[in-house]
Design a protein around this ligand. Structure first.
Ligand SMILES: *[C@@H]1O[C@H](CO)[C@@H](O)[C@H](O)[C@H]1NC(C)=O
Ligand SMILES: *[C@@H]1O[C@H](CO)[C@@H](O)[C@H](O)[C@H]1NC(C)=O
Ligand SMILES: *[C@@H]1O[C@H](CO)[C@@H](O)[C@H](O)[C@H]1NC(C)=O
Ligand SMILES: *[C@@H]1O[C@H](CO)[C@@H](O)[C@H](O)[C@H]1NC(C)=O
Ligand SMILES: *[C@@H]1O[C@H](CO)[C@@H](O)[C@H](O)[C@H]1NC(C)=O
Length: 353
């Protein structure tokens, strides 16, 4: 009985000292009025960043001018500033797909955002690219929504719930037996890749659509072509440099999953099956949210070593990761400069009329 009383009083104290809105996730009035105020000064370009390792080089970049304003909500901090006249909101997501999706959705729901730029470092699946290269994929996919097939079933067998339209064999599968030394002992069978169920902002609520390859914004992608001659930092000090000078490259595809990929066989499979270059844990989540909200977006990812090991020493990736993070920031800043140059041109034209 005493224990129950103690328990109830702890609950009572908890409920009385924690404001109601913090328990149920509502937007506090004070925060909402601040949001209304900043939105009148928009629109902003949203910069969605995986973690501090990638955000710090931007905070220290001479082209980033922070304002004194930050807004904290739901465990996220939204930082306001400018890059080359362009008004920006920076937000850090934290690791992997759920964090990246939630943070992007919050950014777009709370603020007056005209476009999203996502950047960071990534694993590499494409043997013709090098450590330190900054890649700009045209399409992104999420490759961890799986239908894992029952042992004994094969390619010809309908997947469970496939008849309802819930799952499909269209995208393809990984057959674990192909990667096993003892095929008769392999119980893992096949995994079939699935497109994401999406609910676009201009669609009918509750009526699902599907998406697998999500394109970045065509206009942003075209503008990013001008970044390909950009000179990137090659050395971390006077003696330690990359063996291949890093470059900015537009590629066709990248893929994401909440999986830290450090396995050469799976990397190889992803490259052969899906022709992807960067492999990361956030980009496709940002892509899917922006796609559903009809907000333009683009991703810049600097490659670390081949995911799962390759020709260069495994600690090479660790040594050059800070350089890669800096280079991704260099490219993002140059992209925003191009964008604000174009914006200036557009408003100039409007003034002439
Ligand atoms: C922040 O900057 C704005 C505009 O420059 C200014 O009006 C305001 O007083 C500043 N607030 C603080 C807390 O420094
Ligand atoms: C392969 O798996 C089968 C079935 O489990 C087993 O009988 C056999 O001994 C295994 N062979 C090897 C070389 O491990
Ligand atoms: C981007 O470039 C492609 C190929 O040149 C062109 O088809 C497309 O219309 C361009 N998109 C925009 C928005 O300008
Ligand atoms: C350059 O960096 C490498 C790797 O961190 C280190 O081993 C080396 O001592 C550094 N050289 C100089 C001159 O600082
Ligand atoms: C990355 O950029 C930061 C801030 O601009 C700088 O202090 C640091 O030396 C750079 N690191 C590398 C490895 O280039």
């Amino acid at each position: 009985m005493a224990t129950l009383n103690l328990f109830l009083s702890v609950i009572f104290i908890f409920l009385t000292i924690i404001p109601h809105h913090i328990i149920n996730g509502e937007i506090p009035e004070k925060t909402q009025s601040l949001i209304n105020k900043v939105n009148k000064k928009g629109p902003y370009l949203g910069l969605v960043i995986p973690n501090l390792f990638e955000m710090n080089p931007l905070l220290q970049h001479p082209s980033y001018k922070p304002s004194n304003l930050t807004i904290d909500f739901s465990g996220r901090r939204f930082r306001f500033g400018t890059i080359s006249e362009e008004k920006v909101i920076l937000v850090m997501t934290g690791l992997a797909m759920i964090n990246a999706g939630i943070t992007t959705q919050l950014l777009l729901n709370l603020f007056n955002v005209k476009g999203v730029v996502h950047y960071g470092i990534a694993g590499n699946a494409n043997p013709s690219l090098n450590i330190g290269d900054v890649v700009i994929p045209h399409y992104w996919s999420h490759t961890a929504l799986w239908n894992w097939q029952r042992y004994g079933d094969g390619e010809e067998d309908l997947l469970s719930l496939e008849a309802n339209g819930d799952y499909t064999r269209e995208i393809g599968y990984i057959k674990f037996a192909d990667y096993s030394t003892n095929v008769s002992d392999n119980l893992l069978n096949n995994v079939w890749y699935q497109p994401e169920e999406i609910f676009p902002v201009d669609g009918t609520p509750e009526e699902r659509q599907h998406a697998f390859w999500v394109p970045v914004d065509s206009n942003y992608f075209n503008i990013s072509k001008k970044l390909q001659d950009l000179k990137l930092e090659n050395c971390i000090n006077s003696t330690t440099c990359l063996s291949n000078p890093p470059k900015v490259t537009r590629t066709s595809r990248g893929t994401s999953a909440s999986i830290f990929l450090d396995n050469a066989a799976y990397r190889d499979f992803l490259y052969k099956k899906f022709k992807v270059s960067p492999v990361d844990m956030e980009s496709a989540a940002v892509a899917l949210i922006c796609f559903q909200q009809r907000v333009p977006f683009i991703t810049f990812r600097a490659l670390s070593d081949l995911a799962g090991g390759g020709s260069s020493g495994s600690n090479e990736a660790d040594i050059f990761a800070p350089l890669a993070a800096n280079n991704s920031v260099t490219v993002v800043v140059e992209f925003i400069k191009l964008l604000s140059g174009l914006n200036a041109q557009v408003s100039g034209d409007v003034l002439l009329v």
